[in-house]
Design a protein around this ligand. Structure first.
Ligand code: ADP
Ligand code: GLC
Length: 486
């Protein structure tokens, strides 16, 4: 089975968040299931710089007004097709925003081009390449199912995976004339959304199947509270909507051989994490106090509940905890963490920016990772935390609720607890969870049990890759098994 994955980011070529990790890990995880996955990705500078060899498989004179080349290559173990179109993608920094933080004004065109190429590839644009499924990720690829549905042939099946329904790829109706879609595509059965155009809605409407990244989020987004205006569409096609939990790349994230750690370790040598803890303390300039070290590795946004954590910082320090934050995002949150660092020198510290290696070291050295999200489609940092013995303290929402078992008395006596879970949206509930975590931390035997259990829990792609493979098989009719319910 050949599947074309369409993603605006894919690790290790380009990453701003969890989408890249998922798009980067799925191809290898699907291999054992007989699925060959090739990834279509825009030729941003960081992608082009890694493209040492490659074969031009198509030249286009006019990709939304600019010449382009499609280059097939294998980079860092990934089979990719890169769209080299400098006028669209050769820009510094993030794939989505200009250096001053504003969305690129032609994002509609940049990602319409990505989607259009995906659909043309599915329709046989490159001789000898005939994928049976196009698997789209998030709004940037959402027009691909529409191009196929409204195109000359729609025999290739499509899946739209929602990693975050908050980002809808919404644009004004004036762009419609330039999208290369027939007039009737501007309607409820197509790309139209509240008078404008939503690429995500288009994908959700036109794809054969809609998936999202955890079973719990699949339920949540069918309600007005979390569906962000798309709950009606989802409820209308409920039998073709499914939540498949993300896994992680357990090779790239393996504490027993992780080169980014000061000290590698396993569940049996968990005491050796202390060396990493000291390295984190040094890196962030904390004092040498005993006590639990909490971390945050995150985009600093409202989604992630960072304002709630800021309100709980004083309390955390009073409890004897210290906090290190690695992240970037909303300026007021970055400033507030810096301010808290100044108020609590040696106890609270933020490193602003993106640093993959440091994120590994923090998972390998901190005692607990705090994830107080207001909504969280899946979340990956709690999975990395489990794998590294960095106990997740998470709100009971989305994929966080699907992956962490709260250390309540029943779970402790049943020996299944892997973290601490609290009600979302409340700094008080977060503070109480931190308090409970500090208590657990001081019960050394119990704490180590929780850490070890997390380290041994299955956070791999194994089960979920099989579910995707089954889904590809069932929509293409190559296998007749019905897709199981969540
Ligand atoms: P989201 O995709 O919503 O940002 P996820 O938890 O799914 O959240 O994925 C976030 C990914 O980005 C993880 O791999 C996490 O380790 C990484 N990450 C987030 N912020 C940083 C940072 N400042 N430096 C390094 N890695 C980061
Ligand atoms: C999104 C979500 C996050 C999820 C990631 C990968 O960025 O916010 O919860 O883990 O996609 O699916």
């Amino acid at each position: 089975m050949e599947v074309l994955s369409v993603a605006s980011e894919v690790y290790p070529l380009i990453k701003t968040g969890g989408l890249a990790d998922v798009a980067g890990a799925l191809p290898a995880a699907l291999g054992p299931h007989g699925v060959t996955m090739r990834t279509l990705v825009p030729g941003y500078p960081s992608v082009m710089s890694k493209l040492s060899s490659g074969r031009v498989v198509k030249e286009l004179d006019d990709l939304f007004g600019t010449p382009a080349k499609l280059i097939a290559a294998r980079i860092d173990g990934l089979d990719v097709i890169v769209i080299e179109a400098p006028a669209l993608y050769d820009r510094p920094g993030s794939p989505y925003v200009s250096p001053d933080g504003w969305d690129w004004p032609d994002n509609w065109k940049r990602f319409a081009a990505l989607s259009w190429v995906a659909a043309e590839l599915a329709m046989g644009m490159v001789e000898g390449y005939n994928p049976q499924v196009v698997h789209c990720h998030d709004w940037q690829s959402g027009l691909a199912p529409a191009y196929l549905k409204f195109g000359p042939t729609d025999h290739v099946k499509t899946i739209m995976t929602i990693h975050n329904i908050a980002f809808k790829g919404f644009f004004g109706p004036e762009i419609f004339g330039q999208l290369r879609l027939p007039p009737h595509a501007f309607g409820v059965g197509g790309v139209e959304f509240y008078g404008g155009i939503s690429y995500l809605k288009a994908g959700m409407e036109c794809a054969d199947y809609v998936t999202t990244v955890s079973p719990n989020y699949a339920d949540e987004i069918r309600t007005p509270e979390f569906g962000m205006g798309l709950e009606g569409l989802l409820n209308g096609r409920a039998d073709t909507v499914v939540g498949i939990l993300n896994g992680i790349d357990t090779d790239a994230w393996d504490p027993s051989k992780d080169q980014a750690l000061a000290q590698t370790y396993s569940a049996n040598t968990i005491h050796m994490r202390q060396v990493n803890k000291q390295a984190v303390v040094d890196k962030f300039g904390l004092d040498g106090a005993d006590g639990p070290l909490f971390c945050v590795i995150s985009r600093l946004t409202d989604q992630k509940g960072m304002d709630l954590l800021l309100q709980a910082v004083d309390g955390l320090v009073d409890l004897g905890g210290r906090l290190v934050v690695l992240g970037s995002g909303d300026a007021y949150l970055e400033d507030s963490f810096r301010h808290q660092g100044a108020r609590h020198p040696g106890k609270v510290s933020i490193i602003n920016g993106y640093n993959e290696g440091l994120s590994h070291l923090m998972q390998g050295g901190c005692d607990a990772i705090v994830i107080p999200s207001r909504f969280e489609p899946c979340g990956l940092t709690q999975l990395y935390g489990l794998r590294y013995g960095c106990v997740p303290v998470v709100s009971r929402i989305g994929g966080l609720a699907d992956t962490v078992i709260d250390a309540n008395p029943a779970a402790i006596s049943a020996e299944v607890a892997t973290g601490v879970v609290f009600d979302p949206g409340s700094s008080h509930a977060l503070y109480e969870a931190l308090r409970r975590t500090v208590r657990l931390y001081h019960d050394d035997k119990l704490w180590k049990k929780i850490q070890r259990r997390g380290m041994k829990s299955d956070v791999s792609w194994e089960t979920s890759a099989a579910r995707y493979a089954d889904l590809y098989a069932s929509i293409t009719g190559l296998k007749t098994n019905d897709y199981p319910d969540n």
